[in-house]
Design a protein around this ligand. Structure first.
Ligand SMILES: O=C(O)CCC(=O)C(=O)O
Length: 270
């Protein structure tokens, strides 16, 4: 019996390379976590940006709570098993009426982990609809393995390096719309993209990249990861320590180090 997903969603994940929507947060949780993010943005006077939007679970209590949320981890366990590392996390916000987009890509192009079992949990803190630029997926593309990518950075590209593949347009694939508090799961080889936000609200999404502890980096860099459930019998990643005091000098230093390792691996701060 799956812990969180339905049997049909587990089958869909393995057959199509993604499943959505998975209900995760209550309305109150959405409100609280969004308010915590936006309170900080209010102090700074701008949307959360690099480097803070990358691996923000090492800086902010709201982000630490979400990467450990039992419903998130139950759904992730349903597809990769009980020993789980958080490998990466980027807050992906599209401001209202902005042309921000993501090119078609596989997450594996950046992460380069073996075996190819990384799963991205994309959790919505506001509505992700076709109008606000929700994700699009190519069903079954995860069965094609690693596809050759090239860099295509753009001013409004949500991922600065902008790796992409040939042969797909902005309206290809199927939409994966989510209400605030819902999540999708997609496989590391699933081709996905997203379009602009033409709505009146910000589209706020958390891309939570989880791996089973048996996954290892294929690069020379040994990136960091945070054990969020189970046991790590392998030690393939430099262990991250769970956030102590939000935004403390210690937290800032740990965040800087982890982001530095990730940049060496992926060639970007995203
Ligand atoms: O949030 C989005 O629209 C796209 C994010 C994405 O594709 C990624 O982070 O890999």
């Amino acid at each position: 019996m799956p812990l969180k997903l339905t049997e049909a969603q587990v089958a869909e994940y393995h057959e199509q390379g993604f499943t959505a929507p998975v209900p995760i947060l209550t309305e109150d949780e959405v409100r609280r976590h969004r308010a915590a993010l936006e309170a900080y943005e209010g102090i700074k006077g701008k949307p959360l940006a690099f480097p803070e939007k990358s691996k923000c679970h090492l800086l902010f209590d709201w982000a630490d709570a979400l990467v450990h949320h039992p419903a998130v981890l139950d759904a992730v366990e349903d597809v990769i098993g009980p020993d789980i590392l958080l490998f990466h996390f980027t807050l992906q916000t599209k401001e209202a009426h902005r042309a921000t987009y993501a090119e078609w890509h596989q997450d594996d192009a950046y992460f380069r982990l073996e075996p190819a079992e990384q799963v991205t949990a994309w959790l919505a803190l506001s509505e992700a609809s076709e109008l606000s630029g929700c994700m699009r997926m190519i069903p079954g593309s995860h069965k094609r393995g690693t596809i050759s990518h090239f860099d295509k950075p753009g001013e409004e590209n949500i991922i600065r390096r902008g790796m992409t593949v040939d042969g797909l347009g902005p309206k290809d694939g199927v939409l994966a719309p989510l209400k605030a508090g819902e999540m999708s799961l997609h496989h590391t080889h699933t081709l996905h993209s997203s379009g602009p936000n033409d709505s009146d609200d910000r589209r706020i999404g958390l891309t939570l990249s989880y791996v089973p502890t048996r996954c290892r980096p294929t690069s020379e860099t040994r990136p960091s990861a945070l054990l969020v459930r189970g046991t790590d019998r392998y030690g393939h990643f430099e262990p991250e320590q769970r956030l102590g005091q939000e935004l403390s000098p210690e937290a800032r230093a740990a965040h800087r180090r982890a982001c530095g390792l990730y940049v060496q691996l992926a060639g970007i701060a995203a």
